[in-house]
Design a protein around this ligand. Structure first.
Ligand code: NAI
Length: 363
């Protein structure tokens, strides 16, 4: 059978090919495309029974119907989040749709820590200064994290890992999550979001993007935060109202911002735009702040996570081929959130470059 891999980067190919070679099912031919899956790129999957997609591929009702009409029967997400998939449409078509629910929660939590440490101690600025022979410390003042209060919004696999890390550093950890979390009682205190926002020196977002969490960080919640606090988002860009965050940075209500995800990231991230004119003025405004750190959705990007993603993706495919029950099927019953990124609708550059019910969408 033939598998079309969309949004494929050289590193995807490396790890997927490695997993394909170890694939017990055998007989899978993979074709790799750097293009994202959109209505326009569906013809690339001609003759393929399965497609393999990532966080910014478009899997709305129209795309799923067109894929099905072209003979595709299985959709393999090489990520955990499925906020870009119209679940109802996919299930109505009878598509096999599976994901990689967890691959390295610690990797993302560690990246959140890396961003906090960088932004707090200005190591990114120090690096550039020292290379130019500038050893001035002016502007590099940070705070000691030990004893500070860190608020974790969403304490699932990644949030729990982050809570353990910050607890280990001597921080007071607060968590906000609708689920009971008795297993975290030794490292964190479970509080309401309002208390967390009012008390935390650092707020780190680790809950999924759903209609109910879209723009959970907005002008009102920013006003409730401690003046000068740091906001970290390694979850999904849509959790934050970026325009409101820019205003809070300008007024100095927000002390610092670290983001690995951005609401309109689909047309920017995972590609080299260094020779392009970036047309997204909101994104460009963010980059002008000395107290803003942006990384391009690399929280998951470790060798261990890439191996796990590739191997579970092929396990899922084996379930489809061998008609075995698959533990990683996408749930039925909830529609894709309106916050799902739509690359065609939000071009951010002039370049030609063309993530049920009881389970919450995530990467
Ligand atoms: P998870 O499903 O294990 O945990 C999510 C937690 O959020 C759950 O405990 C859930 O009860 C909680 N939650 C749901 N609604 C909430 C709300 N309104 N307020 C507070 N908490 C709420 O998910 P996991 O694996 O920890 O991933 C979290 C998110 O991280 C994913 O949704 C995904 O968007 C993002 N992610 C980012 C990656 C990156 O590379 N930057 C990589 C992998 C995931």
């Amino acid at each position: 059978m033939k598998l079309a891999v969309y949004s494929a980067q050289p590193y995807d190919r490396r790890f997927l090919d490695e997993a394909r070679q170890n694939f017990a099912g055998g007989g899978v031919d993979a074709v790799y495309f750097s293009d994202a899956l959109t209505l326009d790129t569906i013809p690339l999957a001609q003759g393929c029974t399965a497609v393999c997609v990532f966080v910014n591929d478009q899997l709305d009702a129209q795309v799923l119907a067109a894929l099905h009409a072209s003979g595709v029967r299985a959709v393999l997400l090489r990520c955990a989040g499925f906020n870009n998939v119209d679940l109802q449409a996919g299930h109505a078509l009878g598509l096999f749709m599976a994901r990689v629910p967890a691959y390295a929660p610690e990797a993302v939590a560690e990246h959140a820590l890396a961003m906090v440490m960088t932004l707090n101690r200005h190591t990114h600025r120090a690096y550039a200064r020292v290379r130019e022979g500038n050893f001035s410390l002016d502007g590099l003042l940070g705070m000691t994290l030990h004893g500070k209060t860190v608020g974790i919004v969403g304490a699932g696999q990644i949030g729990a890992a982050a809570a353990r890390i910050f607890h280990g550093m001597g921080c007071q950890v607060l968590i906000s999550d609708p689920m009971p979390l008795p297993h975290l009682a030794a490292v964190a205190r479970h509080v309401e979001l309002a208390e967390l926002l009012a008390s935390a020196d650092i707020v780190s977002l680790h809950c999924p993007l759903m209609d109910s969490t879209r723009h959970m960080i907005n002008a009102a919640s920013l006003a409730r935060m401690k003046t000068g606090a740091m906001l970290v988002n390694t979850s999904r860009g849509g959790l934050i109202d970026t325009a409101a965050v820019i205003e809070a940075l300008k007024s100095r209500q927000l002390g610092a911002l670290a983001i690995d995800v951005y609401e309109q990231e689909a047309s920017l991230f995972f590609h080299d735009h260094s020779s392009d004119i970036i047309a997204d003025d909101v994104f460009q405004r963010l980059l002008t702040f000395p107290n803003v750190l942006v990384t391009g959705h690399q929280g998951f990007f470790t060798i261990e996570a890439m191996r796990e993603i590739a191997s579970v993706t092929f396990d899922n495919l084996a379930c489809y081929i061998q008609h075995r029950p698959c533990p990683n099927l996408l749930p039925a019953g909830i529609a894709a959130t309106s916050a799902a990124p739509t690359p065609a609708a939000s071009p951010a550059t002039t370049s030609a470059h063309t993530e049920a019910a009881s389970i919450a969408p995530k990467k």
